[in-house]
Design a protein around this ligand. Sequence first.
Ligand SMILES: *Cc1c(COP(=O)(O)O)cnc(C)c1O
Length: 821
Amino acid sequence: MKLTAKQISAAINGELFASSSLQDFTVSEIITDSRTFFGGTNAAFFALSGPVFNGHNYIAQLRKKGVQLFIVSNKNFIDNKAGYILVKDTIVALQQLAAYNRNRFSQPVIGITGSNGKTIVKEWLYDLLSTEFKIVRSPKSYNSQVGVPLSALLIDNQYDLALLEAGISEPNEMEKLAPIVRPNIGILTNIGDAHQENFRSMEEKLSEKLKLFTGAKKLVFRSDRFYSENIAEFCLQNDIEPINWSLKNNDAAIRFKCKIKTTTTEIEARINDVNYSFSIPFTDDSAIENACHCFATLIALKKNPKDFPAQFSKLQPVAMRLEIKQGINNCLLINDYYNSDLNSLSIALSVLKQQAAISHLFKHVILSDIQQTGIETEELYSKVNQLLQEWGINKLTGIGKDLYQHQHIFEMECEFYANRSEFEKQFVRSNYSSSAILIKGARQFELEKISALLQQKAHQTVLEINLNALIHNLNTFRKLLKPETKIMVMVKAFSYGSGDVEIAMLLQHQNVDYLAVAVADEGVQLRNAGINIPILVMNPEHDSFQNIIDFNLEPNIYSLQLLQQFSKVVIEFGINNFPIHIKIDTGMNRLGLKTKKEIEEVIAFTKNNKHLKIQSVFSHLAGSDEAELDDFTQEQFLRYADLSALIENAFPYKINKHILNSAGIERFPQHQMDMVRLGIGLYGISQTGLSLQQISTLKTTVSQVKTVNTNETVGYNRKGKIKYQSRVAVVPMGYADGINRRLGNGLGSALVNGQEARIIGNICMDMLMLDVTNLEVNPGDSVEIFGPNISISKVAQLLETIPYEILTGISQRVKRVYLQE
Ligand SMILES: *Cc1c(COP(=O)(O)O)cnc(C)c1O
């Protein structure tokens, strides 16, 4: 995209404030996130504002990085140091500009929406068609209100086909995206129950999604779903040619028949009495559905299906999620095999930088050739070099012919291999240590083989943490809060067992206001990792005062004695205004000042003490999750109001007040006051049926499968009695990993290859056995102990305990693996 400031201003109905030279200044890059921009003079910044951030606050910082044009909605930020375009609403303006850019493009645009499969269909179409077309497509799953415009702004006339996906989560969102995508050919992948909570009915959600296709010429959809007739009706009304397909109905335009083999599926397509056959290297229903959508799209594009069987047979899984793993010799691996283009490289580099900062690691990138159509190779790799420099990468390993030939361009330490097997031949383990290594390349380079060399092969049991789910949960709670209410996130006990530093980093990145830890050591660890937002220490022990002061942690003061001791140390250091938090006990009878007298003593002590400053006064609810205790909870609110007022009125400065934990936020949002303390909800457990996502999956793989005969037994004490010939799978996970031994002997179960299997016999220290009689199970198959299919709440119920105990009980020897889209 290349547009002048004047053109942009006209396209978005803005008012341009710029010197005459800046009016004709050409913009070739649009940015909305200051964190992922490292300099360049041809960028324009849209100052988007949401409930938790205000893009206007980053203008000065971006000006220093060379940005000269800003799109703003607040007049007060306009000065004569740069060019500005004033609009009413910056996100609307971004969408208008994207629609304007889309309209300059005369080649076909394929628009994809639906509940699942959008990104895979888009990527597979790219793989099928990229030999024939120069394609521009949405980076990753950029399909939101901001993602779609940013994708559409990548379009320009050097391309001859665009693939754009659009996703919605609420009513009235699609009408904003439709003019930006304006597809010639539409694909509706399917309608499932994602985001159903925001829609009154499935019909409402369907008709919202269909708005994307109003002006399309053709629409690809499946005609054997309960909602298919509504789509057919929509096509009729809007004069759209339906390209419908079915696995069941003979009257569909394309009739598919599938034969599932061990690892492949043979698909036969019948169109107007002509048969075409192809096969795909997958056997699951969703892959088959996605492949059928792709085939139907080829028909919509008037391609001859006879030209594609080879490409279909080579389709690969789309790893949309970046994977962070422990590597050999204290390395950290960040795997991203999604694809390689400049956009996704820049996203992955930002993750690398963030992760490397945690443990001060060397930053190493292993990169395959980039297959970006439309840019000269020389220019492409100069840009890659520039990106790597901007992100402070220490070393590059290049894999592929193009990189090999352009090695002179790169200015950091580097090495090059003409192909992957050359790298494998020369690989020396000891050359890799204390590095964060990003492994990134297009799928056909199969860089996962390099990752396998670098991966730590210890315990196969891992706790997988889905960071996107965590962000989803955070935002779900944010929606219950006023924009100005601060959020403190409880990251005590290794963030409820999910790992500490990684989660804290993410939360800092998501602009939460405070973190809280149980003891000072946890806080020190976070500071060492580069966390700089305020951290509250719930249990400040006397021995840790020095650390609290050195590392700028903030103690919870729950008694006069503690206050006096802490004050003494602060005075010795000669510090003024050291932040402290006062805890009031309103009925929990745990830590806290309980009586008016105790509070008055604390006030008297602090009042003329210039060394301390009260940051907040708070209390904790004993039964916010239980309706039967609501009367008691109300009493706690009243007590808190009375007691906190004493403190508030005694000081001239503002003191934050807070009492709500997760269940409190869900059930009593009217008491949010200045801040809330979010815990279990962030980790996916709701008391009121709030639509949260489970963030952790405890999984492992089958070590061995064996047949056990009638009257034999399984495990210690011969508890697993076998009544008839059975098959038993041995799994490397035991009570030392934190799986409760009481789940043994049939109480608990696990999911093996998607099939439920009961635990048989006693659980051992490092292993357990599953009854897999009549199930299809082999060594190496994956086993879920809890996760998307077996909820933590259900496991807690079986054990008559609470999800908190299950989450925090997973032992530290179980590796945490982080996934992020
Ligand atoms: C742990 C804790 C919380 C968070 O509670 P959740 O029920 O997990 O939301 C809030 N406040 C205090 C004082 C806590 O100790």
